[in-house]
Ligand binder design. Structure first.
Ligand SMILES: NC(=O)c1ccc[n+]([C@@H]2O[C@H](COP(=O)([O-])OP(=O)(O)OC[C@H]3O[C@@H](n4cnc5c(N)ncnc54)[C@H](OP(=O)(O)O)[C@@H]3O)[C@@H](O)[C@H]2O)c1
Length: 301
């Protein structure tokens, strides 16, 4: 009988990392270091830890994800999102390990009218977007077996995200304004973790997989405003006491200035993933309804 795979999960305290621990538990022996044991801001220290742990699979949801703060901390964002990713990719290539990595709609400039495909030209407009793009490129350059899963608008039960912010604000404020001219699709962290586990299982059954870059988001298209209205309606229907009487007000991006530029169109075309692996991705409304249900269940006594 072959030994169980050793799977290193970085960023296990994050939204996706938390879900990955659940999704990957049947696939091997999990190593889930915190940042004191595996600090991505110190890329030069990572190889020694990898040599000690000898993972067969590295799953890397850890990232510098503070999009606006990254504009003031480009060196730190670069170290975590690009240099450390390069170090892990080099190690994976030299040790024949599989690397599963996560990237973002922010690698695109948002100017396209329809959904972005994997091979569309990247043109990041923010420090965060550029650092994630350089991380992707380092993986490709390393020659390691890899999956880069690009996603958008990720939300989980644990951690901070737009959905939970909207629930908190609707509970405490009688007025709320939300940007209505940026489009994309929310993606549950659990969905991203389940897709990752599916790909890992395929690689464990047969190492000759179509590796590469894939888009993974819930299906359909919405705006932040429509998404907020949807979530707040779910909360109202579930009997949450809300300070907000009606729906949030729709505003333009220019009326909500933020430090980092956001893509106007974040929609990612997932047909490559769905056709290659015969996977079905849920409509964003179903995905958000399920996520809300989990959050609602968790607050019931
Ligand atoms: N959130 C989104 O909307 C979104 C959209 C598209 C793509 N993505 C990508 O999806 C992936 C997962 O995102 P997420 O939402 O799960 O992120 P998250 O909730 O912000 O979690 C980030 C994780 O990275 C860890 N981390 C940060 N700095 C670190 C360091 N120096 N050393 C080690 N670990 C460090 C954090 O640890 P601590 O708990 O110690 O801080 C945390 O566990 C990321 O690659 C992100 O770029 C996210």
């Amino acid at each position: 009988m072959s030994r169980p795979a050793t799977i290193l999960i970085t960023g296990s305290s994050g939204q996706v990392g938390f879900e990955l621990q659940r999704a990957l538990v049947l696939h091997g022996r999990l190593i889930c270091p915190d940042r004191s044991q595996f600090d991505l801001s110190q890329p030069a220290t990572l190889t020694a830890a990898l040599d000690a742990w000898q993972p067969d699979i590295i799953v890397n949801p850890a990232a510098y994800t503070a999009v606006d703060r990254a504009e003031d901390e480009p060196a730190l964002a670069h170290a975590i999102n690009a240099e450390s990713v390069a170090a892990m990719a080099r190690w994976a290539a030299a040790n024949k390990a599989l690397l599963v990595h996560y990237s973002t709609d922010y690698v695109f400039d948002g100017s396209k009218d329809d959904a972005w495909r994997e091979d569309d030209a990247a043109n990041p407009q923010s420090v965060y977007g550029l650092s994630k793009w350089l991380g992707e490129q380092a993986i490709r350059d390393s020659g390691c077996r890899h999956f880069i899963l690009r996603s958008s608008w990720v939300a989980g039960v644990y951690g901070q995200n737009f959905l939970k912010t909207m629930l908190r604000l609707a509970a405490s404020r009688d007025r709320l304004a939300v940007v209505a001219d940026q489009f994309g699709a929310p993606t549950p962290a659990s969905l991203l973790a389940d897709v990752s586990a599916n790909l890992v299982a395929r690689c464990q059954a047969d190492a000759g997989q179509p590796y590469g870059t894939y888009h993974v988001v819930a299906q359909g298209r919405t705006s932040w405003h429509e998404y907020a209205c949807f979530v707040i309606a779910l909360a109202r229907d579930a009997g949450w006491p809300l300070a907000l009487a009606g729906a949030p007000r729709a505003i333009a991006s220019r009326d909500y200035p933020q430090k980092a530029v956001r893509p106007a169109n974040s929609q990612l075309d997932c047909s490559k993933l769905m056709h290659t692996f015969d996977l079905n991705l849920p409509p964003w409304q179903d995905a958000v309804r399920q996520l809300f249900q989990t959050i609602d269940d968790a607050r019931k006594p």
